[in-house]
Write a protein that binds this ligand. Structure first.
Ligand code: IYR
Length: 223
């Protein structure tokens, strides 16, 4: 039997043949190529148990020193959603009317967005991800590491999980987002990172016809 280091356990990831890996990655690629940011939500309910699984999946992501420097606020309460929509639209109005420069506005044209964000009320759930620069513990502040990277990775896992669950979302960052901290009464060590409406797509939902970069554009090989 192999010697067990104290504090270590055997790695339990799947062991696949090359063929199985090829098949798996091809299937996963085909699935994720269908992922799109959707702004048109159905009001169909999504059970809390599903949201719980999505958050658990997000929390499997690696993080600096495994400190998981985030809080996921899952909001179904219509009054809170309304408050968030009103505050977000206020900021977005300023964004679209002076805060974003001409090039930015031009880059957004294909997306067909404006300051109105009805999805913040129609989507059955909003998940607001907060990043924690530090944790408050009984004996004071405890620092976190690579916070932006760690929270970004968890959000990436969350996005793929949402897609794989047959749900849709949209990475919404109604900058500045400080109002989220106030509305959700989050402590001083939590700063808003990302707002994700989560639900089913509306019947006939449409998305802009965008293309992803090719492998050649994205890759430099060193063989
Ligand atoms: N936050 C605004 C504008 C916006 C900015 C980017 I960068 C996008 O990729 C999409 C939108 C909004 O949500 O409308």
């Amino acid at each position: 039997m192999e010697e067990q280091e104290p504090g270590f356990i055997p790695y339990q990831g799947a062991s696949l043949s090359i063929e199985e890996s090829e098949e798996c990655t091809a299937a996963y690629l085909a699935a994720l190529q269908k992922r799109r940011s959707v702004r048109d939500f159905s009001t169909t309910e999504v059970p809390q148990s599903l949201i719980e699984n999505l958050i658990k999946i997000a929390a499997t992501a690696p993080s600096g020193a495994n400190r998981q420097p985030y809080t996921f606020c899952a909001i179904r309460n219509p009054k809170i959603k309304k408050k968030i929509r009103e505050a977000a639209e206020k900021e977005e109005f300023i964004n679209y009317n002076g805060r974003m420069d001409a090039q930015w506005l031009n880059d957004l044209k294909p997306l067909g967005t404006n300051h109105l964000k009805p999805f913040l009320e129609t989507a059955p759930w909003l998940i607001v991800v907060f990043r924690k620069g530090y944790d408050m513990e009984a004996d004071g502040k405890h620092q976190n590491y690579y916070v932006q990277e760690s929270v970004g990775l968890a959000c990436g896992f969350l996005l793929t999980a949402i897609h794989q669950a047959g749900l849709v979302t949209l990475t919404h960052t109604p900058s500045p987002m400080a109002f989220l901290q106030k509305i959700l009464k989050r402590p001083e060590n939590e700063k808003p990172f990302l707002l994700l409406p989560v639900g089913y797509p509306a019947k006939g939902a449409q998305v802009p016809n965008l293309q992803k970069k090719t492998l050649e554009e994205l890759t430099a090989w060193y063989l």
